[in-house]
Design a protein around this ligand. Structure first.
Ligand code: GLU
Length: 488
């Protein structure tokens, strides 16, 4: 194959008209992985020609999301490159030149059809069971007819003349040979009357101008490729190679949407998914290492990533699986980094972290991280370590009330035993438990559950030894006193 003979250059080309979604993030990741595996260049190009819908806030969010995921681009916004500018609205003179060329070659024409007329044509074709497309009504307008339309106040768009005599063919690196009947395309719009290019035209030109070798993008763009190829061919420009990545579906095989959970990368960030976990999980949506491995570092994925291992069949985005994987990354994370990352989530859950000793925070995180699938769940597990959040939950209260007499005996004995300590280690904890067994009637589960209920306010949670050696003894005492008062 000659596909690797030229320098490898790939691109991510987001339109800043919304936040970066799972699909967009996966496209960016695949381009990044391919570039890094091949020692090529990863270009970021901002496709902002839709001026009404493009917004700076979306662009900033997309850049921040890509950075968060670890996808550093080599050329593009904030990076120097020899093929810039990397914003399409700053490249208008380039498109104008090519548009002019097509005009002189008589490959384009001005179309004055109104949206209403276009819709009527569409409906008519659908009624006749034909593929809806533009039938070329304005292809051969006379100068007089054009003038008349302009006098009516109509503004034209520029359409590209599709040669219907030749089947369009290309080799997709994932899908194999793709053939498209040009009769199903129809003359399509490539620019507005003022020369502002539309997506297919600008993207095709930029891919060539920026010397992009491989276009790796979602399957939803498959229908754009023949249009882009026609434009390039008309201009005698070299086309890149194309790889259309499988579509992403929800577990019920329907289109991924809000009802399946968060769909944008930013939302996952806010829920406390780790970038390393998303990097890993997204890489498996349409690619696999060729064996059963799932949890892989970014370096391993880069090493193994090839287009040949990309799959044609739809990829299933399963939040539960992502959460499972995120849990693994949480458990394996460096504890001081994780504690640092978790602080905003604690603050958000209403805990004043700044007043806590950082060592205590690390201990808490170490103790509860095994329960977390994403960091914003920390609030459900951390409250037992914060006195201001101490509260007897209904089931714990019921347990204590149902066993009032024994419970009072256990808790009073425990309080007495604690008098000797101002700090508790594992040894002290064990001694206290031994003493307790000797002093009170209750044994086994009743003994432990009662202590757990009184010291944490809950019937479930981390190991008691962990709780007792993490919390200051003063807190343990205070809790016992509160519960004893409530029981009396
Ligand atoms: N701006 C297009 C989009 O965001 C780019 C598609 C492509 O990669 O060609 O969908």
């Amino acid at each position: 194959m000659d596909q690797f003979q030229q320098p490898i250059r790939v691109r991510m080309a987001p339109s800043p008209t919304g936040f970066l979604h799972i699909g967009g993030a996966r496209t960016a990741l695949f381009n990044y992985l391919f570039a890094r595996h091949m020692g090529g260049t990863f270009v970021l190009r901002i496709e902002d020609t839709d001026r009404e819908r493009s917004e700076k806030k979306y662009e900033e969010a997309i850049l921040q999301d890509l950075r968060w995921l670890g996808l550093d681009w080599d050329e593009g916004p904030e990076r120097h490159g020899s093929y810039g500018p990397y914003y399409q609205t700053q490249r208008l003179s380039i498109y104008a030149g090519y548009l002019n060329q097509l005009h002189h070659q008589q490959k384009t024409y001005a179309c004055y059809c109104s949206p209403h007329e276009l819709e009527a044509e569409r409906q008519e074709l659908l009624k006749r069971k034909k593929t809806p497309r533009y039938m070329g009504k304005c292809r051969s307008l006379t100068d007089q007819e054009k003038k008349k339309f302009e006098q009516e106040g109509r503004s034209p768009v520029i359409r590209f003349k599709v040669d219907e005599s030749k089947v369009i063919e290309f080799d997709d690196l994932i899908r194999g040979k793709v053939q498209v009947d040009p009769k199903n395309i129809g003359d399509f719009v490539i620019a507005k009357g003022d020369g502002m290019p539309l997506y297919n035209f600008a993207a095709a030109i930029d891919d060539t101008e920026m010397k992009i070798s491989h276009v790796i993008r979602g399957e939803e763009h498959l229908s754009n490729t023949p249009r882009q190829l026609l434009i390039l061919k008309a201009l005698n420009l070299k086309a890149p190679l194309y790889a259309h990545v499988s579509i992403i579906l929800a577990p019920d095989r329907s289109k991924l949407s809000k009802r399946h959970g968060a769909t944008s990368l930013g939302e996952y960030q806010k829920l406390g998914y780790l970038p390393e976990a998303l990097f890993n999980y997204l890489a498996l949506l349409g690619w696999n290492p060729g064996d059963e491995r799932e949890v892989m570092t970014s370096a391993e994925i880069i090493r193994e990533f090839t287009i040949e291992k990309m799959t044609k069949s739809p990829a299933i985005f399963d939040v539960q699986k992502l959460s499972w994987m995120n849990g693994i990354y949480i458990r394996n994370a460096n504890i001081s980094e994780l504690s640092q990352n978790i602080k905003p989530f604690l603050e958000e859950a209403g805990f004043s972290v700044s007043e806590k000793d950082p060592v205590l925070i690390e201990k808490i995180v170490e103790g509860v991280r095994g329960n977390l699938e994403h960091l914003n769940q920390i609030g459900n597990y951390a409250d037992i370590f914060f006195d201001e959040k101490f509260k007897l939950e209904e089931d714990a209260k019921k347990h204590l009330k149902d066993n009032q007499e024994v419970a009072t005996e256990i808790l009073e004995a425990l309080l007495r035993l604690l008098e000797k300590y101002d700090h508790m280690d594992v040894k002290a904890y064990e001694t206290i438990q031994e003493e307790l067994k000797k002093t009170v009637k209750a044994k086994g589960k009743l003994l432990f559950l009662t202590q757990r209920a009184a010291l944490t306010g809950k019937l479930k949670g981390p190991e008691m030894v962990f709780i007792c050696t993490t919390l200051p003894v003063a807190s343990l005492k205070k809790r016992l006193q509160t519960v004893l008062t409530a029981l009396s």
